[in-house]
Design a protein around this ligand. Sequence first.
Ligand code: ATP
Length: 661
Amino acid sequence: MAGPSTKSAAVQIVRPPSGPGPTSTTTSTSTGKTFDQAKAGGGTKDATAPGSEKKRETPQRICRNVMIYGFCKFQDAGCVYYHPPPGTDPNSIATPKSGSPALTNAIPLSKESKSSFGLGAEHLSAPVFVPKTPIAESASPRASTPAVSTGAQTPNWPPLNNAGGILPRQDVSINFDESMLSLDPTQSSGMDGSMYMSGQPLRQPLDHHLYTSPLPHVSNATHHPLNSFFIPDDLRRIIQSRQEAVYTGTQSGSAAGLPTELGVYHSLIPIGPAQGTTPSKVYGHPAPVYKAVSSVDGNVYCLRRIEGFKLVNEAAFGSIDTWRRIKHPNIVTLREAFTTKAFNDNSLILVYDYHPLSSTVWEEHLSPAPDQNGPNTLASVAAAKRRSGMPIPERVVWSYITQIANALKAIHSSNLAARNLDPSKVLITGKNRIRLNGCGVLDVLAFDAQNVVIHQQEDLVSLGKLIITLCYEFFQPGQHPAIPLDHIGRHYSPDLKQLVIYLITQSTHPKSVDDVVKMMGPRILNELDAMQNYSDVLENELSAEVENGRIVRLLTKLGFINERAEFELDPRWSDTGDRYILKLFRDYVFHSIGVDGSPILDLSHVLTCLNKLDAGLDERIMLVSRDDQSCLVVSYREIKHCIEATFNELRNSGNPHRGHR
Ligand SMILES: Nc1ncnc2c1ncn2[C@@H]1O[C@H](COP(=O)(O)OP(=O)(O)OP(=O)(O)O)[C@@H](O)[C@H]1O
């Protein structure tokens, strides 16, 4: 319910002795008693702890105090002094320096203070301190950049090689990491592994959400480009350009001359070079390719149209079901096939998965010249490569062979044959990542269910010819293989030559793809290595991004709460109670300013704070009101609790029966 009291957060707020500004609250979670109420805007008379008002007025020369780590920090006429809290032997405590870890871990909380997340109400009578000093001294998030930042004062953090490990919880001592408050680009911003380190042993049970990958080891966004926080440029560019390519052109419907709708597909756009009515080298019919959007699932598919095909035997579609069931990483998946007259002729349509910005082995390695009319794909780059006269490296050839053999194994095992193993029907969908394309077309076009075994043998011969084509670019269909084999023997390994000879030579015994796999031997392991390495790289990138969703959820909740104009008829709802803490926290994270008054736009600071908040660390931070009149020392755990409680309040508004989560 809306109300002015900070009912849940265990905070120590030291209020100014008099005058306007936010009033202060000290709430003990152990007792649940509220001595004072935090109210933003000032001017509201607050109920204070009995007797505390009088005591607070005593040290007139010192304005305010902030109690952290069990130290009182005094400022008088611009000088800052430290002294231990009452009852502590001053000699037993070394004078802490700004930013020193000794300060951080110097004095564990007493039992009493631990139970209440900090200091008790009796500390309200402590002298008052004005946090006018720079951040490193005052630890104020809204103070200016620390004036002192020397190597000697840099905390001696544990080695970074442990970064990304488990976040130790810090519930034994107050662990206020001053370096985290530093907004000076020259200082550590805590984006290194230090934010996870407290020199304490690991605790059980483990919190799985704390197993985040190492945060970017950058100190400040002004020194490092923002994109260094995110996935590498190359990878991002590839993914983004693919995503863009998927729907490019489909917004304006089908291209001119193409049907508006074709069954459940619409927005047909031709892909690949303009083909006109030129028959396909492989199919003997014109076989243009379109991308189209399915109105069933909204996805984009690749439609291959075989022009001028009239189905005479329905059994020709028999193998389509088997092809549809084959889901293989090296085969372009066939979704469905049908005939249509929508193009004003008899056409056969086969629907495949669409792989944006893909190319073919022909375009990549064998195309004689760049296709000026084609779209801006890998083909133009490929043609340039080819013109440079570079032979295809052997490892690439083996990679292709391995993947094709893998695809053939799956196809032959399903009692099918590829039948179109041609460089133009081997799709390159990524770096050295290939997929057999156009599968099933010839099963319908040249229906011949009786001779699958023969077609499988032909597949192996086609593979041999494909390898020759890749290794010897002047190979012509029908040419005697002696010269190409000689070329391969001179430029590639004997293993490769042996394999080609096996594939293209006629044999009395039927050949099998299993024999091909055996002949490849350890080369397959190279491919396995490459795939796993790549998978590691991607997984690494994914692990760095995986927590983004948590941060967005957190920001969304804060957005729902911060600056809400009114809730349950209370126009000051978002400025009072727990919401006031969240408001100050928002200021702490986003609205810090530098010495010159310019806004500090330190992404590492924001990410650090939000990650700590999400993890609910016991680490404490000091929140300062906008008029610098009051301070709250509050832990991330308490702030997190405030967010959850307040968000639940919003969710359950007007629905008393709705359960809290
Ligand atoms: N499933 C698919 N996803 C994305 N692009 C594809 C897909 N299938 C084919 N393409 C693209 O369509 C273009 C044309 O492919 P196609 O198989 O027709 O090659 P082609 O060289 O024109 O062969 P053909 O001589 O048989 O017509 C190629 O650039 C290819 O990258």
